[in-house]
Design a binder for this molecule. Structure first.
Ligand code: F6P
Length: 343
């Protein structure tokens, strides 16, 4: 067989480990060859591809962050308009099956290709952990480790200066990173997009700490968090080319409001893309490798229109339709558990 792969959407630690898993399994277990398209769907449309071999270069990818294939974002309209070109490019290159590695948007693209007769098996990726139907996406554990390390470090400087520290982490629609880093780092309040926050409650929690003799507080806030209606003014973002509102810095706005209401010294740390860079954790290396191996085995078994997924201890296959139906949000009960540790 001749298998193609590509990485699309925001990069994330573990992408190279998936590529390594795909190439090694395809070559050694099945005698299949692998082609990588560059820069996600863009490279597939423009027919930019490289041959990948199970050699030293591929072997050393396990620890390497980012993606050797490059990644990109393509507007869904342009992607759909290019379907004939994509089919022609895959036919010209003699590709029997495609393994796109990406988040919800990429998997939607994969589903569209599958509906158009292209044999596809997806691999779910995102530091946000918001792809439905899988327990974890690789990259999430690394992002949580980075964010937790940041929260850990802020405790000592916050305490030394009697400050409230705000840590803004990634998460446009979901608050998994904030929830886990907040709990693991012992934050005193965590704000996630799923639960609109009341700044008065946040201030109350900080005030209580100071009244009890604690001289500092740490708040983790996801970049996509929103105040409950009528509780706090928020700057409006612009709409970007993908229809997303640009962020206006929720962390700093929360900081300003706390300073205004309580008079405490407040500082903000925005972690941004640091959460997406660098080598994956052991958990992510293992998960990414298992996803790569699983995807090739699914391709060889002709299980198309699916994506690999982690269910408990096992790598299984689910329909692409299930993966893209909706985002996997933080359930109310999980947030309530985190709330037990606030203040
Ligand atoms: O989806 C992953 C993600 O890291 C989000 O958490 C974040 O909002 C977004 O990508 C940032 O994307 P970009 O790389 O385009 O700034």
């Amino acid at each position: 067989m001749r298998i193609a792969t590509l990485t699309s959407g925001g990069d994330c630690p573990g992408l190279n480990a998936v590529i390594r898993g795909i190439v090694r399994t395809a070559n050694s277990e099945f005698g299949s060859t692998v082609v990588g398209y560059e820069d996600g769907w863009v490279g597939l449309l423009e027919d930019r591809r490289v041959q990948l071999y199970d050699d030293e270069f591929i072997d050393r990818l396990l620890l390497r962050g980012g993606t050797i294939l490059g990644t990109g974002r393509l507007h869904p309209d342009k992607f759909k308009a290019g379907i004939d070109q994509i089919k022609a490019n895959l036919a010209d290159a003699g590709i029997d099956a495609l393994i796109p590695i990406g988040g919800e948007g990429t998997l939607k693209g994969a589903q569209w290709l599958a509906q158009n007769g292209i044999p596809v098996v997806g691999v779910p990726k995102t530091i946000d952990n918001d792809v439905n139907g899988t327990d974890f996406t690789f990259g999430f554990d690394t992002a949580v480790a980075v964010a937790t390390d940041a929260v850990d470090r802020l405790h000592t400087t916050a305490e030394s200066h009697n400050r409230v520290m705000i840590v803004e982490v990634m998460g446009r629609h979901v608050g998994w990173i904030a929830l886990h880093a907040g709990m693991a780092g012992g934050a005193h309040y965590t704000i996630i997009p799923e639960v609109p926050f009341d700044i008065a409650d946040v201030c109350k929690a900080m005030e209580r700490r100071f009244q009890l003799g604690e001289k500092y507080g740490i708040i983790v806030v996801a970049e996509g968090a929103l105040p409950a209606e009528g509780t706090m003014e928020l700057r409006e973002g612009e709409i970007d080319q993908f229809g997303h509102k640009t962020f206006t810095g929720i962390g700093q706005q929360v900081a300003d409001e706390i300073h205004k209401r309580l008079g405490h010294d407040v500082r903000t740390t925005v972690l941004g893309h640091i959460q997406r860079g660098g080598t994956p954790t052991a958990f992510d290396r293992v998960l990414a490798t298992r996803y790569g191996v699983g995807a090739v085995r699914a391709v060889q078994a002709g299980q198309f229109g699916k994506t690999v997924a982690l269910h408990g201890e096992n790598i299984e296959l689910i329909d692409l339709e299930e993966a893209v139906g909706h985002l996997k949000k933080v359930p109310e009960e999980r947030y309530r558990t985190a709330q037990a540790m606030f203040g």
